[in-house]
Write a protein that binds this ligand. Structure first.
Ligand code: NDP
Length: 401
């Protein structure tokens, strides 16, 4: 029995993970679950699964969870960010699903790597921020790092056995990273200023959390994945090509020096990469519908349009610059996406803010976690200042109209 901790269990990837685990009670034991504020959903999960630990990063929500559970003595309720790190390192846990969204997942993801766990990495922001530190921890502790992002999981499946994190396998020419193109794939550039958060959240192929859905609409998700691919597989930015593939059936491809191109295909459902990583190197059922290529009919590929979706180009530039640039990019993106969801910023404004923040930031090399945290804080402050500036100008224009 493999003891599993699901960090971010109330989210989209977290719930898909519980769905796969429920299909294999003979193989996995859910030891711990964790989230931020959603006490009601975590309480339901505790009652259904009876894990040893349940943690909420938000202390008030943790108190609410204790009240909801009453005398559910089988589960220890923990509170605060440090509790998530504790869970990630617990002796009863062999496998950690890192599915917290954003920079909030960084410390617990690093803790799981440091403790030598099998680390199922959905929290791409942690890798984008601290890739070299995370990979160094994995190598030092002997942890197993398995990508959950469907694209990186696909690439991993197309690589020869025995790949080392951060080291490109011999004979690899490049990887082709596929992107659905998001809900505004065919929207004219001039119409993007008027798109709403609701439209951005309505992804054509995937059901996902709010932040990643907006990232998919701006193509920043592909930008973060571009950085992720370079770090995970030891590739130069020139070795990663992004292809828009509207059907989301081919999850990515690997091209070798002999001209062979290997691809992984499946229905667009996160339970496939989750089941793959949970059981690797074995295979288990995931509950995902089997692929009917006759029904799919066509597989199309086209180049991304970075004029309409500048976030992709900004992320590619950050990948080339390296150091702290991806940290600042990620921080500015998190703040800008939140402002867009709160209708304080329009859709093109997300890229405008990120570009301004990356240009104004101090930059530099990653010496350690403190540098990462400082660059993250700087990116957030600069992004808030820029958004306030945009909001003030809009208010002045409104007053003169
Ligand atoms: P969701 O928004 O659906 O869920 C986010 C989870 O993170 C929730 O459990 C939430 O808890 C928790 N969380 C948020 N903030 C904190 C915090 N400060 N401390 C502790 N927990 C926190 O996100 P997704 O499941 O969509 O995405 C999770 C990660 O996986 C992201 O990094 C995303 O990029 C990546 N990913 C997602 C895919 C998808 O299909 N959804 C595909 C590939 C990658 P609460 O509910 O209490 O707020």
């Amino acid at each position: 029995m493999i003891g599993v901790a699901v960090l971010g269990s109330t989210g989209s990837v977290g719930e898909s993970t519980l769905d796969v685990l429920a299909r294999h009670p003979d193989r996995f034991r859910l030891v711990a679950i964790a989230a931020n504020t959603n006490a009601a959903k975590l309480a339901q999960q505790v009652l259904a699964w009876r894990p040893a630990y349940a943690a909420l990063a938000d202390e008030r929500a943790a108190r609410e969870l204790r009240e909801l559970l009453g005398a559910a003595a089988h589960t220890r309720v923990l509170a605060g960010g440090a509790a998530l790190e504790e869970i990630a390192q617990a002796a009863e846990v062999q496998c950690v699903m890192a599915a917290i969204v954003g920079a909030a997942g960084l410390r617990s993801t690093l803790a799981a790597a440091r403790a030598g766990k099998r680390l199922l990495l959905a929290n791409k922001e942690a890798l984008v921020m601290a890739g070299p530190l995370l990979i160094a921890e994995v190598k030092r502790s002997g942890a197993t790092l398995l990508p959950i992002d469907s694209e990186h999981n696909a690439i991993f499946q197309c690589l020869p056995p025995g790949v080392i994190p951060g080291v490109a396998p011999a004979g690899l020419k490049r990887v082709l990273l596929t992107a659905s193109g998001g809900p505004f794939r065919d929207t004219p550039g001039e119409a993007l200023a008027a798109v709403t958060p609701e439209a951005a959240l309505a992804h054509p192929n995937w059901v996902m959390g709010r932040k990643i859905s907006v990232d998919s609409a701006t193509l920043m998700n592909k930008g973060l994945e571009f950085i992720e691919a370079c770090l995970l597989f030891g590739l130069t930015p020139a070795q990663v090509q992004v292809l828009v593939h509207p059907q989301s059936i081919v999850h990515s491809l690997v091209e070798y020096l002999d001209g062979s191109v290997l691809a992984q295909l499946s229905a667009p459902d996160m339970r496939t990469p989750i089941a793959h990583a949970l059981a690797w190197p074995e295979r288990i059922s995931s509950g995902v519908e089997f692929l009917d290529l006759l029904k799919v009919g066509r597989l199309e590929f086209r180049a991304p349009d970075t004029a309409r979706f500048p976030c992709l180009a900004l992320a590619q530039a950050a990948a080339r610059a390296g150091g702290l640039d991806p940290v600042v990019l990620n921080a500015a993106n998190e703040v800008a996406v939140q402002a867009f969801l709160e209708r304080r910023l329009n859709f093109p404004g997300i890229a405008t803010v990120i570009e301004a923040v990356v240009q104004r930031s101090t930059g530099g090399a990653i010496g350690g976690l403190d540098d990462v945290l400082a660059a993250d804080a700087e990116g957030r402050v600069l992004a808030r200042e820029r958004i306030d500036g945009i909001t003030r100008s809009a208010a002045v224009r409104g007053a003169h109209a």
